[in-house]
Design a protein around this ligand. Structure first.
Ligand SMILES: Cc1cc2nc3c(=O)[nH]c(=O)nc-3n(C[C@H](O)[C@H](O)[C@H](O)COP(=O)(O)O)c2cc1C
Length: 455
């Protein structure tokens, strides 16, 4: 057991750990941590909590398979399932949460890493696998283990300044992002407010905006011929860094926190190329995107997320930054009956709040573009030679949407981000459909557009 740390070091040093060494955690250490958890306060001192410790792989596998638990479970040496007598839901969640807080700090104190996790799967199945009585409420899972090198190196995520969250006396007014799907409800300021904290929620480099194999391949194939350096505007999750040709890339993000995120994703995906890449932040005051003219600028599945005034501003700066003869290449999902139907259903089911659908929440608003409007803005920015092509009448990310639907159903609403691909008749049919559809150029019928503008 590591030497106890100073209290403030424990508080400030804790961070979520999502990758662990294979080394097991001694049961005496787990016991000590859970003993410290019992020092948390509870309503009327009922202490109606229970902690189930799972260390064997067979049970972890059953949780993943039968309860659609997060597959991270497999990588954690120990899992603590926190339950609380569910006679009163609010009280159970409050008591359980305080215990979880103690567990996380106690783990940090003993040199361990932990992750509180709510994407733990279907309550009813977990209760079956772990033989938990129906009367208990499952509050949270905590993954526990020794952080591996990658987890240790991860920077802690930024915290909101205390002045921003403290209200003396009354709540009063507080500026917050609109959280709607429509980009035009947002501004550069509210986009930054949202991204500063929200996008740093999960594993680095996770695919958010480019989830499908075909949409990704379209980027790879289109950029394959590029031999000059690239400036990529709004890189955000950085999940497609590995698709760039072997040229230096300058990745421009809206703020430094997102840029760090992109950089960490690139370090993970293309460590051998990281030295040739530059990570910078969009400067709204400057008239160009970079100090030197560039030959190629890309914007990859990000235009959907930008308010019209910011699009215009970026297009003008892209034009000003390009060398004569240079090219601006935009990949974007565009309005199409299938996509429109999808977003219509999403809004009916979850409401007009991007936070309620994890896949869109990370970087703000989301709306497939209108090509004609985009072409008008590009012409206004100075581009005269513009060429565009539509692809994929049926959006290829429907394969992922279907997997998400299966995950959502199986996990009883606990998560929908695809963890494991489930093979069913429908998934095979979709796969066959997308193979058939391929990369046919379909003009206006497409759900994705590639716009190429030359200066
Ligand atoms: C109740 C709760 C549930 C969480 N669930 C998940 C989860 O399912 N998956 C995940 O990767 N992180 C999860 N987290 C971790 C948060 O993303 C993380 O605490 C947050 O980004 C702040 O980072 P930090 O813990 O490093 O300070 C959860 C955190 C809390 C408090």
């Amino acid at each position: 057991m590591a030497d106890p740390k100073a209290f403030l070091d424990v508080l400030k040093g804790r961070k979520s750990i999502r990758s662990f060494q294979a080394r097991p955690v001694d049961s005496e250490v787990i016991k000590k941590i859970l003993e410290l958890a019992t020092y948390a306060p509870t309503n009327c001192n009922q202490q109606a909590w229970n902690f189930i410790v799972v260390t064997d792989n067979e049970t972890k596998e059953r949780l993943v398979k039968e309860a659609a638990s997060n597959t991270n479970l497999r990588r954690a040496p120990a899992i603590i399932v926190v339950t609380y007598d569910g006679w009163n839901y609010k009280e159970a969640i409050q008591g359980g949460a305080l215990a979880v807080g103690h567990i996380l700090l106690a783990a940090e104190n003993f040199g361990l890493g932990a992750l509180p996790m709510n994407s733990y799967g279907a309550d009813t199945q977990i209760k079956k696998v772990l033989q938990v009585p129906a009367s208990e409420t499952i509050c949270c899972f905590v993954l526990l283990g020794y952080p591996d090198g990658r987890a240790q190196a991860m920077q802690p995520v930024s915290r909101r300044p205390v002045e921003e969250v403290v209200h003396w006396g009354v709540f009063g007014t507080r500026k917050r992002p609109p959280f709607t799907y429509g980009p035009d409800d947002w501004t550069l300021e509210t986009l930054r407010m949202h991204q500063r904290y929200y996008c740093r929620k999960t594993t680095l480099g996770k695919e958010m905006d480019i989830m499908s194999r075909d949409e990704r391949a379209l980027v790879r194939n289109t950029l394959a011929a590029v031999k000059t350096s690239i400036l990529d505007l709004c890189s955000y999750d950085g999940s497609y860094v590995s698709e760039f040709p072997n040229v230096p890339v300058q990745m421009v993000d809206l703020l430094s926190e997102t840029s760090l995120y992109t950089k960490a994703a690139a370090e993970q995906q293309v460590p051998q190329k990281i030295r040739q890449h530059i990570f910078s932040v969009y400067d709204e005051q400057a008239s160009t995107l970079a100090s030197q003219p560039v030959q190629t600028i890309t914007m990859i599945y990000k235009l959907e997320r930008l308010p019209a005034p910011l699009r215009s501003e970026m297009f003008s700066k892209a034009y000003a930054t390009l060398e004569q003869g240079g090219e601006f290449i935009i990949f974007s999902r565009k309005s199409n009956p299938f996509l429109n139907l999808f977003f219509f259903i999403v809004k009916i089911l979850f409401g007009n709040d991007v936070r309620k659908t994890g896949m869109y929440a990370f970087f703000g608003p989301y709306q497939p573009i209108r090509v004609s409007h985009t072409l008008t803005l590009l012409r206004r920015a100075g581009f005269t030679s513009i060429d565009w092509t539509g692809y994929f009448p049926v959006p290829p990310f429907y394969e992922q949407v279907y997997q998400m639907f299966l995950q959502y159903r199986k996990s009883e609403g606990s998560s929908y981000l695809h963890r494991e691909t489930r093979l069913t008749v429908v998934s095979r049919l979709l796969s066959a459909l997308f193979s058939f559809q391929g990369f046919m150029r379909v003009g206006r019928a497409g759900s994705v557009v590639v716009i190429r503008c030359q200066k």
